[in-house]
Design a protein around this ligand. Structure first.
Ligand code: DQA
Length: 142
């Protein structure tokens, strides 16, 4: 099984950005946690982070060409704005799971809307880094 994990803008700043919301662990920590867990489960995980909407759309298209089995996506702020990412997920029709480190449902009203979530089978929100691991479990269990 081959999974692509996509993280959107400012997630490369984990550990520095608003630690009261996102915790004190870095993006590099997140990557090793995901890679270790995936290896333990016999899953090949590929990690991608970008601060650019079009680059995320391109990565989703590439997942189609690479015949990726599942996408885990935290589109970060693009969650709430990007119809392009929603359309890309719909276009490739690869099983996708949405993850948010914080609980967007209890935050500002502009975070309540998730476009990407409309193309995802499942969402894990507010579980910190564990959300990514629960998303791997979900894709394995399908
Ligand atoms: C986030 C929540 C988004 O609202 C925010 O813009 C982010 C991170 C999260 O993981 O909790 O950058 O996706």
């Amino acid at each position: 099984m081959h999974i692509l994990v996509i993280n959107g803008p400012n997630l490369n700043m984990l550990g520095i950005r608003e630690p009261n919301i996102y915790g004190s662990n870095s993006y590099e920590n997140l990557c090793s946690i995901i890679l270790d867990y995936a290896a333990e489960k016999g899953v090949e995980a590929q990690l991608f982070q970008s601060n650019h909407e079009g680059a995320i759309v391109d990565a989703i298209h590439e997942a189609y060409r690479d015949e990726v089995d599942g996408i885990i996506i935290n589109p970060a702020a693009y969650t709430h704005t990007s119809i392009a990412i929603l359309d890309a997920l719909k276009a490739v029709a690869i099983p996708a799971v949405e993850v948010h480190i914080s609980d967007i449902s209890t935050r500002e009203s502009f975070r309540q809307m998730s476009y990407a979530g409309m193309a995802c089978e499942k969402s894990f929100v507010g579980l910190g880094f564990d959300g990514y691991l629960r998303a791997i479990d979900y894709l394995i269990g399908k």
